[in-house]
Design a protein around this ligand. Structure first.
Ligand code: DQA
Length: 144
């Protein structure tokens, strides 16, 4: 089964970006672990990252039409992008499963991070476990 693993804005800077919050692994490191773990679980993962809202929306519609499940770290778009939120609703409405993931735990941070416009369309959310949030999402999809 195919899983699209999408990361939003500023996540390409992982490694040097606020390591006390996001850890020291680069996005390449995380994506390598994701591809490896997916294989072990019998899934085929494709990883992509963008800083561009429109590109992310396009990928979500692509997954919706293709019938792929999605693991999504929407990064800052989580908190205010109704465009990404609506694309997630399309994805869920087409029957794909969507796992929202975060490296940090937004609920324990600034108030503006307490809102997610994606959560209503998610099968579930995994937050606060660093790179393991992505790996736990794969396990959730494999076992669900
Ligand atoms: C994040 C949390 C968001 O609040 C933030 O804007 C990010 C990363 C996380 O993975 O912890 O860029 O999604």
């Amino acid at each position: 089964r195919h899983v699209l693993v999408l990361s939003g804005p500023n996540l390409a800077a992982l490694g040097s970006r606020e390591p006390e919050i996001y850890g020291t692994l680069t996005l390449d490191d995380i994506q390598r672990q994701v591809v490896e773990q997916a294989e072990e679980l019998g899934l085929q993962a494709t990883c992509r990252q963008t800083d561009d809202e429109g590109e992310l929306v396009g990928w979500l519609h692509e997954a919706a039409v293709a019938g792929w499940d999605v693991i999504l770290n929407p990064a800052a778009f989580t908190h205010y992008s109704y465009a990404v939120g609506d694309a997630c609703a399309h994805l869920a409405g087409m029957g794909s499963r969507l796992i929202e993931v975060h490296l940090s735990n937004p609920a324990s941070r600034e108030t503006f991070r307490h809102t997610s416009v994606v959560a209503r369309s998610a099968t579930g959310t995994i937050a606060g476990f660093g790179a393991a949030s992505y790996l736990l999402a794969l396990r959730a999809l494999a076992g669900h």
